[in-house]
Structures are given as structure tokens and as C-alpha cells.
Ligand binder design. Structure first.
Ligand code: G6P
Length: 436
């Protein structure tokens, strides 16, 4: 058996920097898991080369697999990626009704680009290849493959939430999209709720069961990478005597960034004695920087952080250390190591691997997790909060800061067991066993 992985983003990209070409590795959880699977079993990886120098690297050999890049024109990038994937499907599947910009033209381009992916797949498969497609940018690929009479097994993994049938039904192209997905042999979601929502949506629209087998199999992390031992020492003298609250997210309206800053403000108003005793290290990674909603969101978050810092800072203390940049993985490991509390409060999130990474690295930390993150249903021993309830977040931070060592230890051991048991290897093995 050999595997043909299909994702929107590539595991590596090449960018022009002056007259040099710089190669960056995509360290996201999905890419990491799929990369280790391909290194083991061999195959091909098809993705969109969006680096500024990627056109010179349409085919590359890596450890046991070949990477093939699809190039998109400016118009394709805009219609497929910015407008339809991130302007329609992303807000739809996260229940952001007001942010959906329905545009029939962009769906047409999205569909054409999905066909382009299918064509590239068809040129790279062997009889025994299993095709494994990932995420909402590529929903129409199974349809185009079946149109080309390709009979290979198809796995489709969905990495974001699946909404209720009523909400899904507002999507004008909804029937085509769900029908295409169910042309896969195996469809996987990260939680039972999304799996049930998908099956119910299908029944609601077609009055029958979906044709694919549908499973809930949550993605895991590489626990040998996210380990305490690998985390290097960093200098943080200025804040070493304070409780460190930490978060890292892509800049996205689903992540609850503003509510989190408002919760820090609420906490300082409710418990003024905490002033000077903690810092909130808020790392935000730039994302989808050409999509208008994201540009707007950046301004809003920066104004809110500035306002709260302006209200509470003193000559010797600033409550929020805000960093807007992509940080290296080695730095992230160190942040996980020194943090006393990880504050992961998305308004909604397909899974959320940051919560698992933190648990895997920390030896002293408490995890506060939004009950609307997919991972919350597996991480029972974390403190669960409603990300819309600022008082609840503020109180959970205080509980975390004051938690006695015994309780912290007990919770952490149970959480670590769960994260170690369902790691990234467990995830891909479980999924490929479903087509065996
Ligand atoms: C989410 C999606 C992924 C996507 C990632 C980064 O996690 O589920 O499919 O790759 O965000 O977003 P971007 O638009 O930069 O690929």
C-alpha cells in the first residue's frame, strides 16, 4: 500500500529573501503527523505551493516520499483561498454567520481549483494508492476524482468543527459539498459531536445515511518532540518571580483573543491584590493577512491590549506581554516549560493541539481550556470555561494560580496519560486501519 496525502498547505515552503531562497518547515500538528506517516510508508504529498519561490520547486524528493506542488494564479488564490475557503467555509463551520461573504463566483473558482488538485492526484496514483485528503479547502476533490472514474480508496479528514444541520443548510452549495465528501470511503472528525452533526446534516438533506464510513478520531501530537527534556532554558529574569499565564494562537476571530484580554481586565478589577503578581504572555501568530476580517481583528486586539495595559501598568509592571510574530518551535517549548497556566479559550475550535502540547511539556502547569474546543472533551482534568463568560475565565485563572501542588499533580498525571495514549502515531494508524 502507498499513500497519497493531499493538503492545502505544504509541509515545507521556499521564499525569496533578497537574492537568497529560504526554506521553512510548516510545524503545524497535521503536517507533522502526516509527514512521519509518509516517511514510514512512502508515497506522494500534493499541496499548494504558496511560498514566493515555490514555483521553482514543483517536485522534490524527501525522506521516502515525493512532494508535488500545485501553483495557483492570483485569481485562483483569491477566489479559492481568500474568498471561499476563508471567507465562506471557515466562518460557516465556526458559526460566524455575520462574517460569511457569500459569493457564487468564488465558489466557481474554488471548485476549479479542487478539480486541479484532483487532476494532479490522478496523475500520481498507482493501483494500490490510498488517497488521503485533508480539510475544508478541498471538499470537492472526492467528487472530481470519482468523475474521473478513479476507484482508489479515499480517506477524508476534517480538521474543523462540523455545524448543526440547520446552520449548514444556509450554505448555497451545501448539497454539492456534503455529497462530494460522502464519496470518500472513510471520513474522520475530531469529536463525536462533529461526527453526529455531519451524519444528521446528511440525513436532513438527503433522507438517508451518508455513503462513507464516519469516525471520530482526534489528532494527537508528537510527544517525544513536545517534552520537558527538550525545552531549553531561556532568560526571563524580569518576570521570573511572577506567575506566568501563557497562550499562543493564530490571529483569528475564532480564538477568543479579545475576550481573553477582557477577562484579564475583569480579573484585575475583581482581585486588585493580583496586580504585579502575574504576567500574561500572549503570543499571536500572523495568519490570513490578506483577508479583510483578519486585518480588522488585528487592530481590535491591539487596541484592547493597549487599553488594558494602559489602565493597569506601573513603572515596574505591565500585565500583558503581547507578541505578534511567528516564534520558533524551540522557543515555544521553553514558554510551555516556564508557564504556570496555559489559557486556551477559543470561542470554538475544531480540536486545539496547543492544549495537548502544553500538557505534554509542563511539569507544573494548569490548563484552562474553553469547553468549545474539541480537545476539551478528551481533557477532563483541565479547568473548563465558557469563553464568553469573563467572570468564569477570571475566576478560573485565580483557581489555577492558587491550586495546591497535590491537586495540580493529580490533574496533570491524568491529562498526560490521555495525551500520551492518543499521540500522532496512534491517530494515523487508527485512521489507516479503517481502509485496510
Ligand atoms: C486551521 C485549518 C488548517 C489550516 C490552518 C492554517 O488549522 O484547519 O487547514 O491550514 O488553520 O491556516 P492557513 O489559512 O494559514 O492555511
Amino acid at each position: 500500500m502507498n499513500y497519497l496525502i493531499v493538503t492545502n498547505s505544504c509541509p515545507f515552503s521556499h521564499d525569496k529573501q533578497g537574492n537568497k531562497i529560504v526554506t521553512t518547515s510548516n510545524v503545524g500538528g497535521v503536517a507533522t503527523a502526516l509527514k512521519s506517516m509518509l516517511e514510514k510508508f512512502g508515497g506522494t504529498w500534493i499541496c499548494w505551493g504558496r511560498g514566493s519561490a515555490d514555483e521553482n520547486f514543483c517536485e522534490e524528493k524527501y525522506n521516502n516520499y515525493t512532494l508535488k506542488r500545485i501553483m495557483l494564479t492570483r485569481r485562483e488564490r483569491q477566489g479559492f483561498y481568500e474568498e471561499y475557503s476563508n471567507g465562506v467555509l471557515w466562518p460557516l463551520f465556526h458559526y460566524f454567520r455575520d462574517k460569511i461573504k457569500f459569493m457564487p463566483v468564488s465558489y466557481k473558482i474554488y471548485n476549479e481549483v479542487n478539480k486541479k488538485f484532483a487532476k494532479e492526484i490522478s496523475q500520481n496514483i498507482e493501483n494500490n494508492s490510498v488517497i488521503w485528503i485533508n480539510d475544508y479547502q478541498l471538499t470537492m476533490v472526492p467528487f472530481h476524482l470519482r468523475q474521473m472514474d478513479i476507484k482508489n480508496k479515499i480517506i477524508f479528514t476534517w480538521h474543523i468543527p462540523w455545524v448543526s444541520k440547520e446552520f449548514y443548510s444556509i450554505l448555497p452549495e451545501g448539497r454539492d459539498i456534503i455529497q462530494s465528501l460522502s464519496m470518500s470511503d472513510v471520513l474522520t472528525f475530531h469529536t463525536k459531536l462533529y461526527t453526529n452533526n455531519f451524519t444528521e446534516t446528511y440525513r436532513f438533506l438527503f433522507n438517508e445515511k451518508p455513503h462513507s464510513k464516519v469516525y471520530s478520531i482526534p489528532l494527537g501530537i508528537d510527544t517525544s518532540f513536545f517534552s520537558y527534556e527538550r525545552a531549553r532554558k531561556i532568560k526571563y529574569d524580569g518576570i521570573a518571580n511572577k506567575k506566568i499565564i501563557f497562550s499562543i494562537d493564530r490571529l483569528d476571530y475564532t480564538k477568543g483573543l479579545i475576550n481573553r484580554v477582557l477577562a484579564i481586565e475583569r480579573m484585575l478589577k475583581k482581585f486588585p491584590e493580583l496586580a504585579g503578581k502575574f504576567v500574561y504572555v500572549m503570543n499571536v501568530t500572523p495568519s490570513r493577512t490578506n483577508v479583510p476580517e483578519y486585518i480588522k481583528m488585528k487592530k481590535e486586539i491591539e487596541m484592547t491590549v493597549g487599553r488594558v495595559n494602559g489602565e493597569f501598568s506601573t513603572m515596574s509592571w505591565t500585565p500583558i506581554i503581547y507578541m505578534y510574530r511567528k516564534i520558533k518551535d524551540s522557543t515555544l517549548l521553553s514558554y510551555y516549560k516556564i508557564a504556570d497556566v496555559a489559557l486556551i479559550t477559543p470561542l470554538i475550535d475544531g480540536l486545539n493541539l496547543v492544549s495537548k502540547e502544553f500538557i505534554s511539556v509542563t511539569r507544573k502547569g494548569v490548563l484552562i481550556i474553553s469547553k468549545f474546543a474539541g480537545s476539551a472533551c478528551y481533557l477532563n482534568d483541565a479547568l473548563h470555561v465558557n469563553p464568553y463568560n469573563l467572570d468564569e475565565i477570571a475566576d478560573a485563572i485565580v483557581t489555577a494560580i492558587n491550586m495546591d501542588e497535590g491537586e495540580k499533580y493529580d490533574r496533570l498525571q491524568k491529562l498526560k496519560m490521555e495525551v500520551q495514549k492518543k499521540d500522532s502515531t496512534w491517530w494515523y494508524k487508527k485512521i489507516i486501519s479503517k481502509v485496510a
